[in-house]
Structures are given as structure tokens and as C-alpha cells.
Design a protein around this ligand. Structure first.
Ligand code: SF4
Ligand code: SF4
Ligand code: SF4
Length: 605
């Protein structure tokens, strides 16, 4: 048969196997999407969102733009391998079709083209395409060299840690390391015999002794084909499954699928989209502040995918969101981890109950909900009362005498039903008050009210509320020269995107910037989400964060979370205040007359 040699068999069998397994996996995952995810897909599949997704696939799955932004050398490495190989296949296909004079040439012709097309470039654009193929091969080889350097010494690529491999990863990686050097050698050997190479393969071909080339040619093409076979067979079970899966993830995400509460096909798609780039290891304070380097998201995702998850890996996490923020694939890592924690629920067991019933109070404009943690830092409550009074707000302090938990800490530990019980009870109390606004001092409660409750009134964190009172002139502050640094609590910043409101409030002071602010802020170490972290290590995380925040010697470290305040206050590095305290301590005018809730809030109702 023309354009055939038995050495194409390993490649062809491997490619068929790969397509079969990948297709089966995609089918199973898509069938296991939950009802809402399927609905979103149906709604959006024939919309502009698909075009947007294709743009993102090009940018992220091929060019790896996000990795490039975070680490240009690493980005180049990923891009040269993914985009370079993709182009090599596309250009190879074009070249093979032009050469064969049909679009339906044997599928292996583009892959082993130089072996079969020994008559050089005697077809349209032949020379240009040969040059392009050699150029692409050179780019891929440069990426491969970086990948090898990364494996041997990751710090040379600006990474503190690189990931550990599974068995299939090692098989796939070893074959990948061989594929392109073998291709270069096979094409160069054929070029040395027939002169049909480009600038690269002809040059390398000249270096091959003419006595060896005739004997080396076929074994090299066989070796190239076998290395492709090994890579294709190992791919679906290795980290490289992320290559096809990320495409599906981007499509589903653009069509509006989200992680949801329970495990679903979308979870599997996320787990298989992780490229194990290791960026999340460097982002994690458990690693760089506490020296724990085997529980990070990359390992959680890997173990969840291979069903070898340990309780340690699921639960030893601050849920601070730093890894999700850095993940170039955009995996919703804390939400996925939460899904696996949800599985641990113990049915029937009850963990929280009201000690005494709380009765709703009617006729108020604002409900103030301090939250359990705020009760452990009473100075925040005193300050909030002072602010409400200064602004003349008609408010009801819902959890003043009787402790009421929002339910989020239970949820974060995986006790979903117990958490829901609290949500139902609290919702009844809040909704029956018929107030116009709910204000809370705790970012955790804030997120819980917004995401898990179905309330008949808007919810504000006290930073948003105080900013509004200042903007409306209902309270004013004395100008102050006190130097302050602001710590963005994870749940309020990365969790709820509240970055500017506290900074607007702190304009009245001398605000110092920090290297670790906004999306890059550090966790205080006091997270309620990590119930198994050793106290000694929690304190290490806290001390590291404190050290960074107080590097420029601010007089006050301001935060907006009672838990952060509680963690930092014992670090003895600087005076620590909640934003409500620094505001209350600098109030200029105390209003006498009670005023009603402000106009914008009313419009929200
Ligand atoms: S989870 Fe994201 S950041 Fe971590 S290794 Fe996977 S792709 Fe990279
Ligand atoms: S959420 Fe925070 S603590 Fe958990 S793995 Fe990610 S970076 Fe580390
Ligand atoms: S206490 Fe504050 S900084 Fe610490 S985990 Fe919670 S929100 Fe993040």
C-alpha cells in the first residue's frame, strides 16, 4: 500500500484507544451533570457564549495566557508544548493533504510525512510548509528542554515546588520526553538519506554519519511511533488528560455550569482539568509558612481523581481561596473541596441547637447580626453600637443576648443538613422582622446570608454599611495621621470581592500599602475551616502574615473580620483593630436625632 509501513501501527492503535477512552469519559461526565448544569448547557449552547468559549480555549488551553501572566517562562513552556504540537498536527495535515492531493489521506501521513515523502517538497507550498514544520519542532524542543529543567530544578523556572508524579504520569512524561527528540532524529536521518528535510532536520541530518543512517532510519521511525503509542495509552490516566478536558471545562463554564453543592460530572471535569502545574503549591500558606507540602489543591485534586483521598488531604485546608485565585485553569478549588467535605456528613447527629428561642422584633429599619466570633471580640460590638447611635439608626441587635450561629462553620466542616436547619430557623426570624437591611460584622456570616439564605432584605457587611454612612454624611470622621495597614480577610476579599469599601473608609487615615493585599492577601491562620491544623502551625501562619503586614511598621493593623482580629491581636506585633473600632474611635459628630435607613438601602428593598 502507498504511504504505509507497519511502523504506523503503534501510533494508529494508540490514537484509536485515546479517542475511544476520552470519548467514553466525556460521555459519562456529561451524563452525570446535575439538572441545573444540564439546563444551563441547553440554554446557552447555541449562543454567543460558545464563541466566547472558543476564544478562551485558544487563549488558555493552547496559548496558556494565564500561566504566562503569572510566570512567563512557565507559560512559554506550556505554550510551546501545547500550541506548538497543535500547530504541528494542523500544518502536518495540510502538508499531507496537499501532497496526497486529497483531504482523505491516511491519518498517519501527516505524522510520518518525511518518511513517505522522500521526493522532497515537490508540491504547492511544500518548501514553506517544511520550513514551518521544522520551526515548530524547534519551538517544541525548547519547551521540552524547559520541562526537563523544571523537573530537575524547579527553582530555575521561578517555582518553589514542583508536583509529585503518579505512575501513569511518569509513563506519559517519559514517553513525552522521547517523542520529539525521536521525531527530530527520525526526520533528520531520512533527510540525510534523501535531502527532504528543512533547515533543522537537514542540518541535524548532516551530522549523522552516512554509514549509520540507512540502518538507523527505520528503528528511529518505529521508536517514534511506539513513543506516541505509549503516550496516547497513558494520557487518559495521567495528568495529561487535562489537555482535552480543559476544553470541555471552558465550554461548560461559559455556558453557565458551576460547581454546586453535590459531586457531579462537572466535579470530575474539574478534577481532570488540573494540569498539575504546581502554581497552587507556591500560593498556599500551609506550604510556605507552615512547611506542609502534601495537602495542597494539586494533591487534593489528584487524589480525588484517583479516589485515594485521605481525611488529612480533604480537611487540612484553610479554605482561604489563595489557590483558586492563582489557578490558571480557573478551578473552583475550595468549592470542590467543600463538596468532598459534604460527603462526610453524619446523618441524624445534631451539633448545634438554640439554647433559648430568639423572638423576632418588628418595626426596625436595620437588623444587626454580630455573629458568634464577634461576640468573642466585644469591642467590635461596642463600636458598631456607637456607629448606629451616631447615625441615628433604628436597629435591632438580633443576637445580642442569645447566641445564634449562621450555620457556615458547620457547612465548611461538611455538616450540611445541620447547617440547613440553622439557616431555616434564622431565615424565619430575620424575614418576619420585615426590616429593610441586615448588617453583619462577620465576613463568614455575610457570605452565608448572601449565598445560603433566602432573605427578604438586602445584606451588608459592616464595611459596606459604614462606607455608605460616611458617603451620606450620616457620620463623619476626624482626620488622622495614624499610619494603618489593612488586612483583607479572605472571606470578605477573595470570597466576596469587597476590597474598595474598607479602603474608602481608611482614606481618613494614613494608609500604607502591603505586598499581600487584595487578591493576594494572606490568611490569618485562624480559619475555622481547618479543624485539624496543629495550633503551633496555625501560629506560624499567623506570625508570618503578621510579619509581612507590619513590615513597614504601621501604628495600627486594621481588619474587618472578628476572627482575623482575634488571631492577630495575640501576635503582639502592632495594635490590631477592626475597621468598626477605628471608625468609632474617630467619630466627629454624634447625631442626636434618630434617622431612618438611608435612601440607597431603601431602593434595594
Ligand atoms: S489546581 Fe490549578 S494551580 Fe493547582 S496544579 Fe492544578 S491547574 Fe495548577
Ligand atoms: S484554600 Fe488556602 S490553605 Fe487550602 S489549599 Fe488552597 S491555598 Fe492552601
Ligand atoms: S479569620 Fe479572616 S483571614 Fe482568617 S481565614 Fe477567616 S477570613 Fe481568612
Amino acid at each position: 500500500m502507498m504511504n504505509y509501513h507497519p511502523f504506523v501501527i503503534p501510533f494508529t492503535v494508540g490514537a484509536l484507544f485515546l479517542f475511544g477512552v476520552v470519548f467514553y469519559k466525556f460521555y459519562a461526565w456529561i451524563a452525570a451533570l446535575d439538572r441545573k448544569q444540564k439546563f444551563m448547557v441547553k440554554q446557552n449552547i447555541f449562543s454567543f457564549k460558545t464563541i466566547r468559549a472558543i476564544g478562551e480555549i485558544f487563549r488558555e488551553a493552547l496559548v496558556h495566557h494565564n500561566i504566562y501572566k503569572k510566570n512567563p517562562v512557565l507559560g512559554y513552556m506550556h505554550m510551546s508544548l501545547a500550541f506548538g504540537w497543535f500547530l504541528l498536527i494542523v500544518v502536518g495535515k495540510i502538508k499531507a493533504s496537499l501532497y496526497a492531493g486529497t483531504f482523505f489521506e491516511p491519518p498517519w501521513l501527516g505524522i510520518f510525512f518525511n518518511f513517505f515523502a522522500v521526493d522532497g517538497h515537490a508540491f504547492s507550498y511544500g518548501e514553506m510548509l517544511t520550513f514551518t514544520m521544522d520551526f515548530l519542532l524547534l519551538i517544541i524542543l525548547s519547551g521540552l528542554a524547559l520541562a526537563i529543567i523544571k523537573r530537575v530544578k524547579s527553582s530555575l523556572l521561578g517555582m518553589r515546588k514542583t508536583t509529585k508524579h503518579s505512575r501513569f504520569d511518569r509513563i506519559a512524561l517519559s514517553s513525552l520526553w522521547f517523542i520529539f527528540p525521536l521525531r527530530l532524529m527520525a526526520e533528520s536521518t531520512t533527510a540525510s538519506l534523501h535531502g527532504n528535510g528543512g533547515f533543522l532536520t537537514n542540518s541535524v541530518g548532516h551530522l549523522i554519519p552516512s554509514a549509520i543512517a540507512p540502518y538507523a532510519e527505520l528503528p528511529l521511525w518505529w521508536a517514534y511511533s511506539i513513543s506516541l503509542f505509549v503516550f496516547f495509552v497513558a494520557l487518559p490516566y495521567s495528568r495529561y488528560m487535562h489537555i482535552p478536558t480543559e476544553v470541555v471545562l471552558i465550554l461548560l463554564r461559559n455556558w453557565g455550569a458551576d460547581t454546586g453543592e453535590q459531586l457531579s460530572g462537572y466535579t470530575d471535569i474539574q478534577l481532570n482539568s488540573c494540569s498539575r502545574c504546581g502554581i497552587c503549591i507556591d500560593a498556599c500558606q500551609l506550604n510556605f509558612a507552615a512547611g506542609i507540602s502534601d495537602v495542597q489543591s494539586v494533591y487534593f485534586v489528584r487524589d480525588a481523581r484517583y479516589k485515594t483521598l485521605s481525611d488529612e488531604v480533604v480537611n487540612n485546608c484553610l479554605m482561604c481561596g489563595r489557590c483558586s485565585n492563582e489557578c490558571p485553569v480557573g478551578l473552583e478549588l475550595t468549592l470542590v473541596r467543600q463538596q468532598f467535605r459534604n460527603k462526610q456528613e453524619i446523618p441524624g447527629k445534631f451539633y448545634y441547637e438554640y439554647t433559648e428561642p430568639v423572638e423576632s422584633k418588628a418595626g426596625v429599619d436595620v437588623i444587626y447580626y454580630a455573629g458568634c466570633m464577634t461576640h468573642l471580640t466585644p469591642s467590635i460590638i461596642i463600636s458598631m453600637k456607637k456607629i448606629f447611635e451616631a447615625a441615628g439608626v433604628n436597629y435591632w441587635f438580633m443576637d445580642e443576648d442569645k447566641g445564634v450561629c449562621c450555620g457556615r462553620p458547620l457547612r465548611q466542616q461538611g455538616f450540611i443538613q445541620q447547617s440547613k436547619n440553622l439557616v431555616i430557623k434564622n431565615s424565619r426570624i430575620i424575614n418576619s422582622a420585615r426590616a429593610k437591611l441586615l448588617v453583619t460584622s462577620c465576613p463568614i456570616c455575610y457570605k452565608s446570608f448572601r449565598e445560603e439564605y433566602n432573605l427578604n432584605l438586602p445584606v451588608m457587611h459592616h464595611t459596606e454599611y459604614i462606607e455608605g454612612l460616611l458617603a451620606d454624611g450620616r457620620i463623619t470622621l476626624n482626620a488622622s495621621n495614624v499610619t494603618v495597614v489593612y488586612h483583607d480577610p479572605c472571606e470578605l476579599g477573595r470570597g466576596a470581592n469587597i476590597y474598595e469599601q474598607p479602603r474608602n473608609i481608611l482614606r481618613n487615615f494614613s494608609l500604607i500599602e502591603s505586598d499581600y493585599e487584595k487578591e493576594n492577601s494572606l490568611c490569618c491562620g485562624g480559619s475555622l475551616s481547618d479543624a485539624i491544623l496543629d495550633l503551633r502551625l496555625q501560629l506560624k501562619i499567623r506570625d508570618h502574615a503578621l510579619g509581612e503586614l507590619t513590615k513597614d511598621k504601621p501604628e495600627v493593623l486594621v481588619t474587618a473580620c472578628p476572627l482575623c482580629k482575634k488571631s492577630f491581636v495575640h501576635g503582639n506585633k502592632a495594635r490590631v483593630m477592626d475597621i468598626a473600632e477605628i471608625v468609632a474611635g474617630n467619630l466627629k459628630v454624634i447625631a442626636r436625632k434618630k434617622q431612618s435607613v438611608r435612601k440607597e438601602e431603601l431602593q434595594l428593598v
